[in-house]
Design a protein around this ligand. Structure first.
Ligand SMILES: [Zn+2]
Length: 502
């Protein structure tokens, strides 16, 4: 049933590109580590979900029936990724004098708004950690006798009880010494709490009774349990940001080995998932990504400054997910311009289509697959579909896939209906919403813009006259005045947009 190039994905566990073979024929089951909802997500956090979405869309494109789970961590993630420190939710609740439940709802909704703005498809399930506590207790009870020990502060996992601990991180237990805060009584530095007991005399907002006293589950336990409960071990692919490769995912893997009573990680299924995938960081030289600095780079901030959210999605797709991506306003502006070019080219195709009404196919209810797209188009265009499929099947090479799309858009003679069909097929993978976007959608007025569109157009008309008269002094002065009001004049812009709000 699966046509086209074989799907190959980079497995962090083996550090190799591997052919994808589903556990259940025709199906793909994917678990993605989701946000900890104690603050707004920054755009670097959102890169992980654009990547997971691209993966999910590619699996659908290849014809697999996708079940995607993304979790919401609303309890159990500590401030320093170690076993000391405070729960991030409890800390935020105390600082804001609100209930932890209200805090998690508020930030979950903010995250979902970003998800929607970035055209990230809804997963089959948003698994909320606090809704799985009984399953977490049952999971911990099963592994505790052979793999855990108790301290006053909770139930701890002994990492020496499983084979190949830390293989994913390529670190040994000893290397963990420096990076993990030591809790008194731990047998190894890398041992971690799977249940954290509430200290005597204290009361947490989020706490539950357990065989190890009143307390809360550990973050690592949560993901193991939700993955197992919703997808079953082993499932196909586990994703997350590359920071999870060091501690969170090795700990999940250790728990999964214990739960399955499984041996060496040479058998990938012992890890709980056949393939572990990690997206690289979005970096920003000015350090604006850090939430601790107060104002940080959030998607709504980009919109306030006049950038359509899908320009950020395109910025992500231009880079390979395993490459570090540097954020700059110039880079985002270039992505927005590129998106505008695509939309304008597509508007020309739509205009031609309004005249010739050539045959145009819309996808079936499940969306486009590669096979369905090939059936819907003719000979010449099929070659583009083949190239696109080859690129995206090669460890999700969206950068190359985008150039194939642009090649199609650059053709003036292809049948307009088939072009629309092809672009809608490609966009099922890229998720840029190309067939619905218009030039007007992309021209967002920044919140602090000191000038409106009619004034800009009038100034530009005056500037064109000055230039025609070779009065470059006036022309430059107008450009500088506009720049002071936040408008960048783009001389020689082949698109004829002439200006953008910078
Ligand atoms: Zn996780």
């Amino acid at each position: 049933m699966i046509d086209g190039a074989p799907l190959k994905l980079f497995n962090s566990l083996t550090r190799k590109v591997e052919a994808f073979h589903p556990v259940h024929p025709g199906e793909a089951r994917v678990y993605s580590c989701g946000p900890t909802v104690y603050n707004y997500p920054h755009i670097g956090n959102m890169r992980a979900y654009v990547f997971a979405d691209l993966l999910g869309r590619t699996l659908s494109w290849k014809g697999y029936k996708l079940t995607h789970v993304i979790n919401i961590t609303d309890v159990g993630h500590l401030t320093d990724d170690a076993d000391a420190g405070e729960d991030k939710l409890e800390k935020a609740a105390a600082a804001k004098k609100q209930s932890a439940w209200d805090i998690s709802r508020h930030y979950t909704e903010a995250y979902w708004a970003d998800v929607q703005a970035l055209n990230i498809r809804q997963p089959a399930e948003w698994s909320i950690a606090t809704e799985f506590v009984p399953q977490m207790i049952a999971f911990a009870e099963k592994i505790a006798p052979e793999h855990c020990y108790r301290l006053d502060s909770g139930l701890y996992f002994d990492v020496s009880t499983v084979k190949d601990y830390g293989r994913l991180a390529r670190a040994t237990t000893d290397e963990g010494e420096g990076r993990i805060e030591t809790v008194e009584g731990k047998r190894h530095a890398a041992d971690f709490a799977i249940w954290r007991a509430t200290p005597p005399g204290e009361k947490r907002q989020m706490e539950w009774d357990s065989p190890w006293g009143r307390g809360a589950p550990g973050w690592h336990l949560e993901c193991s349990v939700m993955g197992e409960a919703l997808l079953g071990f082993p499932f196909d692919i586990h994703t997350g940001g590359i920071d999870h490769r060091e501690i969170h995912h090795p700990n999940e893997i250790a728990q999964n080995q214990a739960f399955q009573q499984c041996g060496s990680l040479d058998d990938a299924a012992c890890s709980g998932a056949r393939i572990w995938m990690h997206n690289n960081f979005l970096v920003e030289r000015g350090g604006k990504m850090a939430k601790s600095t107060g104002e940080f780079l959030r998607l709504p901030l980009l919109v306030e400054k006049g950038y359509h959210p899908l320009a950020y999605r395109l910025l992500c797709l231009q880079a390979h997910y395993r490459s570090e991506l540097e954020f700059s306003w110039e880079g985002l502006g270039a992505a927005l311009t590129r998106l505008k070019r695509m939309v304008m080219a597509l508007e020309a195709v739509k205009a031609r289509h309004a005249g010739d009404h050539s045959a145009h196919t819309t996808p079936s209810e499940g969306g486009w697959t590669y096979a369905a797209l090939l059936d819907a188009i003719g000979g010449t265009l099929r070659l583009f579909a083949v190239d696109f499929d080859k690129a995206i099947s090669d460890d999700l090479n969206s950068a190359i896939a985008l150039t194939v799309l642009e090649e199609v858009l650059g053709h003036k003679k292809l049948a307009s209906g088939e072009m629309l069909t092809l672009v809608s097929g490609f966009d099922a993978v890229l998720g840029l919403g190309l067939l619905d976007l218009t030039r007007a959608d992309l021209r967002i007025r920044p919140r602090d813009a000191a000038i409106d569109e009619a004034e800009i157009e009038a100034e530009l008309a005056r500037r064109r006259e000055a230039r025609a008269a070779k009065d470059f002094a006036t022309s430059d002065a107008i450009r500088d005045e506009l720049a002071a009001k936040g408008v960048e004049v783009m001389d020689g812009d082949p698109l004829g947009w002439e200006w953008k709000l910078g």
